[in-house]
Design a protein around this ligand. Structure first.
Ligand SMILES: *Cc1c(COP(=O)(O)O)cnc(C)c1O
Length: 434
């Protein structure tokens, strides 16, 4: 499979080039030249297939031309070694829980898949000195750190703003050791991102080491997320509920939603999608007006969706040939304030006993508000409510239990290098630690 850039200036890339580069040299996002459809027979029997069966078939459609089948199957199995249950919340509304992985957020699958694929290329190509740089405001850092932990030949640097990520998130990427280095930056998330961007264009540094990023624009992180949608559909099909299925997606950088649109393009009979935004609602505004006006992000309680200029928007435009009308046909959107999100968490808990996290709450409400009576709705729950313990406890007026596997992170010793936001100090640290 070859990959082109959404900006059409950079040369066509192989899978390996696209994965190692991440962003195309013209700053566009890589797209596969072909989206292979799955046969009708696959959809007829999908209700009887397991998660790994489905995942292997879908991954093969994306990456099968470029990676040896057994190796690809091994990557799939290692990335999906936990449950993704579909539960009924109320009549016509189901939740697909994507948060049972190592860091209790949905980014775990993509991060792990990408780490294993990079490691495969490192071994094949004898790449040495591969460094992954990630700026994080929380969830990306924890998923990437845990996804790459112990992967041979790859060292990972996580840059995060001091005092601006939650305790649980910080513990998830500062206590690991081995090939994971946490850099605590005295500055903002934007400072962290600026440091990473400067490093990518620093010739001296790039002569000494191979630098890559691990954010959601990377196809090895982005494409595997399509598997969720096939699996949601299979779980509905198992109960003969698959007709008129609608999926609501809590959206930030739009990677998860775009992966769902890829699944639909591969033939998955999902009728339509609903994008749930918090007050960072540039995508909602675009759907309604046709105008895309990126802006600075604002802080909300669903902070993994605090994105003012969603990077995967370019992929959605490309997939629909920039037709606003065609995009509107497949996707609608809703936007919610923090107060509305908190109300949703409280009301759903009181009425059904189901505990939402702030991100899942946006998607639930978007589904509730947008679903028609003849449709079956699934919303994606992207984080465990205990990751947002304080917020959620205030909404329901009760303690929230933290799973052992999550509290275990808090008991470990923090190891982080404190740095200012000065580029030269950061560069020196990179040299010293590698
Ligand atoms: C990253 C994240 C999102 C947003 O996903 P995108 O693919 O960036 O749209 C939603 N919820 C949680 C918990 C996340 O970590």
């Amino acid at each position: 499979m070859k990959y082109y850039s959404t900006r059409h200036i950079a040369p066509i890339a192989s899978l390996q080039e696209a994965v190692i580069k991440g962003l195309a040299p013209d700053k566009g996002l890589y797209m596969p030249e072909k989206i292979n459809r799955l046969p009708a027979d696959f959809f007829n029997k999908i209700g009887n297939l397991s998660l790994t069966d489905i995942a292997k078939i879908v991954a093969e459609k994306f990456f099968g031309e470029d990676i040896d089948k057994e190796k690809l199957n091994a990557i799939v199995i290692e990335s999906l070694n936990f449950d993704i249950p579909l539960k009924k919340v109320e009549e016509g509304i189901y939740v697909l829980e994507l948060f049972h992985g190592p860091t209790f957020a949905f980014k775990d699958v993509g991060a792990r898949f990408m780490s294993r694929m990079l490691s495969y290329f490192v071994k094949e190509q004898h790449h040495e000195n591969l460094k992954v740089l990630v700026a994080t405001s929380g969830d990306t850092g924890s998923a990437v750190a845990n996804g790459f932990l112990g992967v041979e030949g790859i060292q990972v640097f996580i840059l995060y703003p001091s005092g601006k990520v939650s305790e649980i998130q910080e513990a998830q990427f500062t206590t690991l050791g081995q090939n994971i280095v946490a850099l605590e930056i005295n500055g903002t998330f934007d400072d962290c991102q600026a440091l990473v961007k400067s490093a990518f264009v620093d010739e001296e540094l790039n002569k000494k080491m191979y630098l890559t990023s691990a954010n959601s624009i990377n196809i090895a992180r982005f494409l595997p997320q399509s598997i969720y949608y096939f699996y949601a559909y299979s779980q509905l099909a198992k109960q003969q509920l698959e007709d008129n299925a609608v999926v609501a997606v809590p959206s930030g950088n739009l990677g998860n939603l775009a992966a769902g649109l890829f699944a639909k393009r591969m033939g998955l009979p999902i009728k339509r999608f609903i994008a749930a935004n918090n007050r960072n609602d540039v995508f909602y505004q675009y759907l309604n007006s046709g105008n895309y006006n990126p802006r600075a992000s604002i802080q909300t309680i669903a902070n993994a969706m605090d994105v003012g200029n969603p990077s995967n928007f370019e992929r959605i435009l490309d997939l629909y040939n920039h037709s606003h009308k065609a995009i509107q046909n497949d996707i609608s959107a809703s936007t919610y304030t923090d107060e509305e999100i908190k109300n949703t968490i409280r009301i759903v808990y009181e009425k059904t006993g189901y505990l939402l996290d702030p991100h899942g709450a946006c998607a639930y409400q978007a589904l509730k508000d947008g679903k028609k009576t003849d449709e079956t709705g699934v919303f994606l729950a992207t984080a465990h409510p205990a990751k947002f313990k304080e917020t959620v406890e205030k909404c329901i007026g009760q303690d929230v239990e933290v799973p052992d596997r999550l509290s275990a992170f808090m008991q470990r010793k923090k190891q982080a290098f404190q740095l200012s936001n000065d580029y030269n100090a950061f560069k020196k640290t990179l040299f010293n630690l590698t």
